[in-house]
Design a protein around this ligand. Structure first.
Ligand code: WTA
Length: 632
């Protein structure tokens, strides 16, 4: 049933964190707190919520009267910006750095919590002047600049709903997300610097706006400084609008359950779905998980090397670190530019204590060899983190030994856009096994089940489900509650279905195997096969297309496309290349197929379903298995 290669898992060896890491960890007795929180989840979450600021406290921790549409901290009034920025203004953190930013060209910025407050307030006033109000959607499509979190926070401050589209997506992807969210304002940059190349963000935005587009205004932050055409009356420079903006702006009082942001992710159909996260529950959940798992302390310098445009960036570059008053690093560019030790240079230069990244990045850097990190003093590191896909034990050990100096435990955090924050994750005192996220977070219960929803025995592969709600869960799919209930809560009634397959070992540790739906993880990014297929089919030469994912050494998965041509078109290396480029142009460069094969027909079942399993077997030269349902 699994779609991806299974890491060769060693289920017996434990790595025990060092005495130094353990002795300073915030959570000392993990087992006791886990048992206590599982016995009283509401008490646990109410206590955590009490650590944050509220304009008005909640009446009910959890309202589960309308399952699966759970509500948390009902009656509570807050705003995530109140906790991320406002409340630090009256403490020592006011003068503490919120962000240390480094551009790919080596330029630097140091932004304190006070400066962040000023910038966010000013930009919130800019948005107001453009007519943005509570509940409106704003699309953000930027490179990795500090203005990306500033734009997000400014929206949240006003109660507007941000929809960040990752800067690696292309025109069609951006266009579809703008249309679905009915955003009226688009915030972008002229360009972005990544791996020595310029990404034409503004040009992509121009391409995504046509006559039907709801976008009325585009705000452009100048980063690369190259010439970009500006449309009179529609496009404005960020710095022009900010010039006269007031640095004072009241933070909007929001209901705990008011939507805070939407974020699009891929599922089984071609239409991407936006998950809705709230001001109250999401705040409490991300604040708490970050505090415990990364054991954040005031003196830490924390670096999540993901993109703010991914859920990892929303939760663990922007909101949770800021709510915890942490100092974060943001690096603009590519990991191996201009040389393969760029990251290690950054760790040493800023004294990074916690580094959180993805297996694909580790594998990519591992290829250059251990001499590169060895050139730098990485002794400031205390904890490491991994997210996005199963980490193969080889990459785990390389990261552990060569980056963490065999001192730093790796927090392998399993979670999803839908879950808002970490779900299955170690903490600094938990003994580790390379490749396992260990056990569910406080209050959570995970269960691996078979087709019928029956729990399977340890060491048996099955579907990963989560029992019971948690504060950080997505509340719905934007504009499509029925799809939310159907996708996540109908297959195994009463449980949240993750879409992943997994195994639990005899020690109760969870091992994620991979997706069981038509979702592919390429370099940690989520794509639906249908999304890529519809991009292929939009090419005039293509009649029909099928897409599969196959294991790839660095990227986790690589995309393979199979295409049936329309009459009058013939196979040629040029056409295959053009089709690859077409997908990159429409969806994004990461989605560019490894290979496109022109076929005479696609293997289908008699009911017309493409047999991807067969395409996979053929591509890998493996036995075809049962083909009795194949139509002929
Ligand atoms: C996969 C990313 C194994 C998994 C935060 C999940 C992981 C999907 C891990 C969600 C991990 C994420 N170990 N697999 N530590 N973290 N995944 O929504 O298949 O981009 O369902 O969220 O990534 O991807 P998403």
């Amino acid at each position: 049933m699994s779609d991806q290669s299974t890491p060769t898992a060693d289920h017996s060896t434990f790595y025990t964190p060092s005495a130094e890491v353990m002795s300073r960890a915030r959570v000392q007795n993990w087992e006791a707190l886990k048992a206590e929180s599982d016995a009283d989840p509401m008490g646990f979450w109410a206590a955590r919520a009490n650590e944050l600021g509220w304009y008005q406290k909640w009446d009910t921790v959890l309202d589960d009267s309308n399952k699966p549409f759970f509500k948390w901290f009902v009656g509570g009034k807050t705003n995530i910006v109140h906790n991320a920025i406002d409340r630090h203004q009256s403490t020592h953190r006011k003068n503490k750095l919120a962000y240390i930013w480094e551009g790919e060209d080596g330029s630097q910025r140091f932004v304190s919590f006070a400066e962040l407050n000023t910038e966010v307030s000013k930009f919130a006033n800019v948005l107001k002047s453009l007519g943005v109000k509570k509940g409106d959607r704003v699309t953000i499509y930027m490179g990795r600049v500090v203005e990306l979190p500033i734009a997000m926070l400014a929206c949240a401050k006003l109660g507007a709903i941000h929809s960040v589209v990752y800067g690696g997506f292309s025109t069609e992807a951006l266009k579809g997300r703008i249309l679905d969210s009915q955003s009226t304002v688009l915030i972008t940059c002229d360009g972005a610097n990544v791996s020595g190349k310029r990404i034409e963000l503004k040009a992509i935005c121009d391409g995504a706006i046509d006559a039907e587009s709801p976008i009325k205004t585009m705000v452009v932050y100048k980063r690369t400084g190259h010439d970009v055409p500006m449309v009179e009356g529609r496009d404005f420079w960020w710095h022009d609008l900010m010039k006269n903006a007031s640095p004072k702006c009241e933070t909007e009082v929001m209901d705990a359950e008011d939507p805070m942001f939407i974020l699009y992710t891929s599922g089984s159909t071609g239409k991407p779905k936006a998950l809705v996260h709230t001001h109250g529950g999401y705040s409490v959940y991300t604040y708490t998980t970050f505090r415990y798992v990364f054991d954040i302390q005031d003196e830490d310098r924390y670096w999540c090397a993901a993109d703010p445009g991914w859920i990892t960036g929303h939760s663990y570059i922007v909101y949770a670190p800021l709510m915890n008053g942490a100092t974060s690093i943001i690096y603009e560019g590519g990991p191996s530019y201009p040389a393969p030790d760029r990251w290690w240079n950054i760790v040493a230069k800023y004294g990074v204590t916690i580094l959180y990244t993805a297996p694909t990045a580790i594998r990519g850097l591992m290829r250059f060899g251990a001499d590169w990190p060895a050139k730098h003093d990485l002794s400031s590191l205390r904890l490491l983190g991994s997210v996005g896909e199963p980490i193969n034990p080889e990459a785990w050990r390389w990261f552990y030994e060569n980056i963490g100096g065999s001192r730093c435990p790796i927090m392998d955090t399993w979670w999803q856009t839908e879950t808002g924050g970490f779900m299955i994750t170690p903490m600094p005192v938990v003994p580790l096994k390379p490749g396992s996220g260990t056990r569910p977070f406080f209050t959570l219960k995970a269960e691996i089940v078979d087709e019928n929803g029956e729990a399977v025995a340890p060491e048996t592969e099955g579907y990963l489900t989560i029992l019971g709600p948690w504060p950080g869960m997505a509340r719905t799919i934007y504009g499509d509650s029925a799809r939310y209930a159907q996708t996540y809560w109908s297959r195994f009634p009463g449980r949240y279905f993750t879409g992943d397959s997994a195994r639990m070992d005899k020690d109760g540790y969870y091992w994620i195997i991979g997706r069981v739906d038509d979702v592919l993880k390429v370099s940690g990014y989520r794509f639906g096969t249908a999304e890529i297929e519809s991009a292929l089919v939009s090419h005039p030469a293509v009649a029909e297309a099928a897409v599969i994912g196959l294991p790839h050494e660095v990227r986790g998965n690589a995309i393979y496309g199979y295409v049936l041509l329309r009459q009058g078109h013939n196979d040629s290396p040029e056409l295959r290349e053009e089709l690859r480029a077409h997908v990159a142009k429409l969806v994004g460069p990461i989605a560019k197929p490894e290979k496109v094969t022109i076929v005479d027909r696609l293997p289908k079942t008699r009911s017309g379903k493409i047999m991807r399993r067969l395409l996979k077997a053929r591509e890998q030269g493996l036995p075809e298995g049962d083909i009795s349902t194949l139509e002929e």
